[in-house]
Design a protein around this ligand. Structure first.
Ligand code: NIG
Ligand code: FE
Length: 421
């Protein structure tokens, strides 16, 4: 009988949103198909969901099996744990000094061209010890978790020397081991051409291709490789060279594409078969079509366009109408998006991208899971997947983005363990 035991039964869920459905990322109308179960329950064993649905169904399924712990959800809203598929989690310092410059009208690329922006965070990150980076990133990860995030992606890219990139990536690996939030690691040595390579970008590209990518691979420190394809950063040709080398080594591919200027990054994402392309604020119709044909997931970052005070946001409505799967993310970083709050991103997804609450939830759960290659284990509540879920102080989904700027989390379960209460 003991082997039969249910570790956890969460019952009396007022509104249960499971996000069950297709194995593929959700596109078009599928992004709105968000069924809610009234008076639901979830049964968990060894961190994995064994039954989920209405209380009646779940109780019938578990039958006489003994239950170790029962948790009353008090009639609240339950969703899958939120997934943040694009963050620059590990970095030194902060850049509140840029706020005054921004208010005086300086643009992101102007601040960068003057040696600020990413380059100032590169200086702080190089100076920081591994321990300092760990302590700072852990604080952010605690905040993410308290706002309902159970898995996040984390990029390097503020070291820009082999040693400093490895330092960032080791911090991600250690946090992944120590912290309840699972981390998916991305190598982003192609985040910027460092000052010591100014005017010699091709040499830096060679360093990335010949030394950094192979060493990161050898040490197994990242699953994905990302490139910042933008004017004054990496050209489309350079981005392609880097992504080709990464692909040959077996990395999954991501790209920061068409954030500020329509460079053709979205087309490149399609051509290279990237798993996702991020930002896309200035992406052209042709770029989006290339992504659609190749099945690239569009990761939109509405907190970034909000914080950069851009006049335009990513065209999420067009993307959804074209049949592109859309995911949403914080882009948490010290410059363009200093926030860990996926709940704020959900509000901005509605108000600035015109997405419905149902589309937004799809974008921060199952589509976000696909964007980091983890949809087989997370992103929806179904038998066989991890019991990563959030209980919100809300009665329905729309309340989350509607009542904005506060934290609605009541409690968080990661692999069946209560990690926020
Ligand atoms: O995704 N666009 C490039 N990288 C980050 C910003 C990094 C920074 O400003 O420090 C982004 O917006
Ligand atoms: Fe980013």
């Amino acid at each position: 009988m003991e082997n039969n035991r249910i570790d956890l039964l969460i019952h009396n869920i007022g509104t249960l949103i499971t996000m069950q459905g297709t194995q593929e990322p959700r596109r078009g109308g599928e992004m709105s198909e968000v069924a809610a179960v009234r008076r639901g329950a979830v049964a968990v064993r060894d961190g994995i969901i064994v039954a989920v649905g209405s209380e009646e169904e779940v109780l019938a399924q578990i039958g006489e099996r003994p239950v170790t712990h029962k948790h009353d959800a008090e009639g609240k809203l339950v969703t899958p744990g939120l997934i943040d598929p694009h963050t620059h989690l590990v970095h030194g310092g902060s850049r509140e000094n840029e706020l005054a410059l921004k208010l005086k009208g300086a643009s992101y690329l102007e601040i960068l061209a003057q040696g600020g922006g990413i380059l100032s965070t590169v200086r702080s990150t190089r100076q920081a010890s591994e321990e300092e980076l760990y302590v700072k990133a852990k604080r952010s990860l605690d905040t993410m978790l308290s706002y309902g995030v159970t898995t996040a992606e984390a990029k390097s890219g503020y070291g820009l020397t082999l040693e400093d990139e490895l330092k960032q990536l080791r911090v991600t690996r250690k946090l992944n081991q120590d912290h309840p939030v699972d981390l998916v690691s991305t190598f982003m040595g192609a985040h910027m051409v460092p000052e010591e390579y100014k005017g010699r970008s091709q040499e830096f590209v060679q360093l990335l291709i010949e030394e950094m990518l192979p060493e990161v691979k050898r040490q197994g420190l990242a699953e994905f490789c990302d490139v910042f394809c933008e004017h004054g950063v990496f050209s489309v040709e350079e981005s392609e060279q880097i992504l080709l080398a990464a692909k040959a080594l077996g990395f999954g591919l991501k790209i920061h594409a068409d954030e500020i200027e329509p460079m053709g990054g979205a087309q490149l994402a399609g051509k290279m078969g990237c798993i996702s392309a991020e930002h896309l604020i200035a992406a052209s119709d042709e770029g989006l079509e290339a992504m659609q044909r190749a099945g690239v997931i569009a990761v939109c970052l509405p907190a970034t366009s909000f914080n950069l005070r851009l006049k335009h946001h990513a065209r999420a409505r067009t993307m959804i109408e074209m049949g592109l799967p859309v995911a949403l993310s914080t882009d948490y970083n010290p410059g363009s998006s200093p926030t860990e709050s996926m709940q704020l991103v959900m509000t901005l997804g509605c108000l600035n991208l015109g997405m419905t609450p149902e589309e937004v939830l799809t974008a921060v759960t199952i589509n976000a899971a696909h964007a980091i290659g983890k949809a087989d284990t997370i992103g929806s509540l179904e038998a066989g997947k991890q019991a990563d879920l959030v209980i919100f102080n809300a009665e329905n989904l729309a309340y989350l983005p509607y009542h904005f700027g506060i934290n609605h989390v009541h409690s968080v379960f990661k692999q069946g363990k209560m990690v926020v209460s």
